[in-house]
Design a protein around this ligand. Structure first.
Ligand code: A3P
Length: 301
């Protein structure tokens, strides 16, 4: 008779089928081993492309939908590469010496760095790190970024109008610089690179179940449909808004009284913000700044 381990507070082993048992075994094995950067997952994006959502999905996939072994908010475990102390350092990458990280597991990191600024072992292919880049409709990304700059003290609580922001953004004078360069850098390097998966916010919204399946396949993790379904549910915007582990209400720099971190979570909100001229100007930039093959890739997403 097989009993579940006393550390496991979910389904008893005898009620599990093959896949679940295998997943559980793997997770245990992973928790025992030393973390290795090369096995990790890096989620990258231009800010406000849906990073938090994808990080949460990846975190759920790595846990096979099983509840985490500690209560730390996901953003403390999914370190941002470019943040200074107390975020990332070589020792955090090399070892599991951070109490927020789940012991020995594959870890998920995030970044908004440009492709050219990524650690060299990723760019050279020396590391097997799995990189997921999320790209969002440029106009929705801009609108979401405007609201984020209004509410984020780290960006100085932008007080201007949307038009003011638009002009600055167009000149690459808002944080993280030029959107087109960011997207181009990742997309051109994703071609023939099996360590990079490009996904779009829009396809994730439209086909969440299929996309979670695609991400888990990319991470070589085989999940049962019912686990994928539970991840769809747990990571929907309303649940992430309610969940203490994900809602970031305790992040002091985020003034959620000005604008919610989980603001709307829809496609096409740009139509409420950009006038015809502003919209057409971005359409022209799209043609001018992105090579044809990159535009084709984007259109396929
Ligand atoms: P909006 O401002 O358009 O609502 P990031 O995580 O990169 O900062 O991206 C934030 C954007 O993703 C916000 O867009 C936010 O509402 C949206 N988002 C976050 N979680 C989401 C979820 N679970 N489902 C759909 N959209 C989500």
């Amino acid at each position: 008779h097989i009993h579940s381990d006393s550390n496991d507070n979910d389904i008893p082993l005898e009620m599990m089928n093959e896949v679940e048992m295998e997943n559980k075994r793997m997770l245990k094995k992973q928790r025992k081993r030393k973390a290795n950067w090369s096995d990790d997952v890096l989620v990258s994006s231009f800010p406000k492309s849906g990073t938090t959502w994808v990080v949460e999905i990846v975190d759920e996939i790595l846990r096979r939908g099983i509840e985490p072994d500690n209560e730390s908010p996901t953003y403390l475990r999914a370190k941002m590469l470019e943040l200074g102390p107390p975020a990332i350092s070589k020792s955090v990458i090399d070892e599991n010496n951070d109490e927020n990280l789940m012991k020995g597991e594959k870890r998920v990191f995030k970044t908004h760095l440009a492709y050219t600024s990524l650690p060299s072992d990723i760019r050279s292919g020396q590391s097997n790190i799995r990189l997921i880049y999320i790209v969002r409709n440029v106009k929705d990304n801009l609108v979401s970024f405007y609201h984020f700059c209004r509410m984020n003290e780290l960006y100085g609580l932008f007080k201007g109008s949307f038009s003011d922001f638009y002009d600055l953004w167009l000149n690459g004078q808002t944080p993280h610089g030029d959107w087109f360069e960011h997207v181009k850098g990742y997309l051109e390097n994703s071609v023939n690179n099996e360590n990079i998966l490009i996904i779009s916010y829009e396809e994730l919204l439209e086909s969440t179940f299929e996309m979670i399946g695609k991400i888990s396949t990319f991470l070589n993790i085989n999940l049962e449909d019912k686990v994928v379904k539970s991840i769809v549910e747990k990571t929907n915007i309303e649940n992430m808004r309610q969940n203490k582990r994900t809602n970031r209400l305790e992040v002091k720099a985020y003034r959620q009284d000005i604008s919610q971190f989980f603001r709307k979570g829809i496609a096409g909100d740009w139509k409420n913000w950009l006038n015809e001229e502003q919209s057409q100007r971005i359409d022209r930039l799209f043609e001018e700044k992105l090579p044809t093959d990159i535009r084709i890739l984007l259109n396929k997403l």
